[in-house]
Design a protein around this ligand. Structure first.
Ligand code: SF4
Ligand code: SF4
Length: 55
């Protein structure tokens, strides 16, 4: 399992510094590498648009 970023993402960048395993990549919509994500949930709390959720 891994967290995923939906098209609600506004590319604010808040989540990327929260990830302890650098699983989040920048883009028009940010993305999470499911191979790296440990489901810690740290990124979810900082997202202003609630774009991040467990898949
Ligand atoms: Fe990184 Fe944790 Fe978010 Fe997964 S849930 S992308 S490990 S901060
Ligand atoms: Fe996108 Fe939310 Fe991450 Fe901001 S915190 S870049 S809106 S997923």
């Amino acid at each position: 399992m891994a967290y995923v970023i939906s098209d609600e993402c506004i590319a604010c960048g808040a989540c990327i510094d929260e990830c302890p395993v650098d699983a989040i990549s920048e883009g028009d919509i940010y993305s999470i590498d499911p191979e790296l994500c440990t489901d810690c949930g740290s990124c979810v709390e900082v997202c202003p648009t609630e774009a991040i959720s467990p898949e």
